[in-house]
Design a protein around this ligand. Structure first.
Ligand code: FMN
Length: 212
């Protein structure tokens, strides 16, 4: 087997030019996201979410994008999890999408806020029964003695709620309102195309090409 140091891809599917970009990063994201959904066999909406503890220590994990619009990028989680506690103390975060089939990356940074309980309710109701019960059964990010403990908790809530599972008070959505959105297209010889949209105080977006 090849040494890991030799493991690399050459990117050359296509380029990205300034004239290709829409003025609004959400519309540009929408075009790329539709292409990613068509091209990626699974999890086109999976994104890395980076948060930081109040002392500045960074953490990252994958979550699923559940919507986006000019208000921001929506995801759902346990508010009492590690990420939830970090966002409570430091409501800044970053998102990264990597769509390998398209040789594309999108990096987003901005401020995060909780969505309304109504919006969380609406999404929670759309989840499969097992996922709704799982949200009650798991104290996300807290050490647990065994898998059996989780299964007991699931059985407990299944008995308690049946098919009418309410939204847990500790569970809901966050929306990241971007201050910057970068679109990256892989190119040969590591001379990739990168364009960053930065939000200006007046609400306009400035687009700049960045060195790869
Ligand atoms: C493909 C994928 C999708 C995931 N989607 C979510 C999600 O939407 N919400 C969530 O809370 N955790 C999701 N997870 C689990 C998280 O990566 C993480 O383990 C969990 O949220 C606990 O993170 P924390 O301890 O840093 O708070 C997903 C994991 C993977 C691999």
């Amino acid at each position: 087997m090849d040494a890991l140091s030799h493991l690399r891809e050459e990117y050359g599917l296509r380029g990205l030019a300034r004239k290709d970009l829409l003025a609004d990063p959400f519309r540009q994201f929408s075009v790329w996201f539709d292409e990613a959904r068509a091209a990626e066999p699974r999890d086109a909406n999976a994104m890395t979410l980076a948060t930081a503890a109040p002392e500045g220590e960074p953490f990252a994990r994958t979550v699923l994008l559940k919507g986006f619009d000019p208000g921001g990028f929506l995801f759902f989680t346990n508010y009492a999890s590690s990420k939830g506690r970090q966002l409570e103390a430091n409501p800044q975060a970053a998102l990264v999408f990597f769509w390998r089939t398209l040789e594309r990356q999108v990096c987003v940074g901005g401020a995060v806020s909780k969505v309304s309980r109504e919006e969380s309710e609406e999404y929670f109701r759309s989840r499969p029964l097992g996922s709704r019960l799982g949200a009650w059964a798991s104290a996300q990010s807290v050490p647990v003695a065994s898998r059996a403990v989780l299964e007991e908790r699931l059985a407990h809530y299944t008995k308690e709620f049946g098919a009418e599972v309410p939204l847990p008070p500790h569970w809901g959505g966050y929306r990241l309102a971007p201050k910057s959105v970068e679109f990256w297209q892989g190119r040969p010889d590591r001379l990739h195309d990168r364009f960053r949209y930065a939000l200006l105080p007046g609400g306009e977006w400035r687009i700049e090409r960045l060195s790869p």
